[in-house]
Design a protein around this ligand. Structure first.
Ligand code: FE2
Ligand code: FE2
Length: 180
């Protein structure tokens, strides 16, 4: 849930940047490059991998069904999210190569991602995580903690929370978004 709060701040930044483009501004290429890096590394490789690789399989073993239930839906949404990110990357690449019409495609994908993830996070915070909390015992929590730490070290390296926290603060102040 703690990681969700940082992801939400990045969604705000994406929405604000999209609003500016829709109002006629040029694409802030640097901002979108950073946002894509954040989403791929922090939101997907760090956070979603903990869910997909550890949390979901653990609660599935404890009786929360995968197919036709909230876990299946969350996995499906992770994959739709990856599609939006590919769309953003491709649009940004073409935009940088000179095709200015890609700004609109970028905005569509950025807004699609932000809407999807905002809903996704709400469902996890209010439905799936409370369900998980009910089925996990202290030993399960300890085991998950250890495995989450291993994922962070192995997949993204130490110090990554600090790096992306700092990135969010920098982009918020650049975009004139009030910091929490
Ligand atoms: Fe998720
Ligand atoms: Fe999540």
């Amino acid at each position: 849930m703690h990681e969700h709060r940082l992801v939400e701040r990045m969604l705000n930044i994406l929405n604000e940047a999209s609003r500016k483009i829709a109002a006629g501004s040029d694409v802030d290429v640097d901002l979108f490059e950073k946002a894509i890096d954040f989403i791929k590394t922090f939101a997907d490789r760090c956070h979603h991998m903990k869910e997909e690789g550890e949390l979901f399989p653990t609660i599935e073993q404890k009786g929360i069904p995968k197919e036709g239930g909230p876990i299946g839906m969350m996995l499906h949404e992770h994959s739709i999210g990856r599609g939006y990110v590919r769309g953003m990357e491709e649009a940004l690449r073409r935009y940088r190569a000179g095709d200015k019409s890609q700004a609109q495609v970028l905005v569509q994908n950025a807004r699609g991602y932000a809407n999807l993830l905002a809903q996704h996070i709400m469902k996890e915070d209010n439905i799936l995580y409370p369900m998980a909390n009910r089925v996990l015992n202290d030993a399960d929590r300890k085991k998950l903690d250890t495995r989450f730490e291993r994922i962070e070290k192995k997949e993204i390296g130490e110090g990554v929370h600090e790096k992306y926290h700092h990135m969010v603060e920098e982009l918020e102040s650049g975009a004139g978004i009030a910091q929490e």
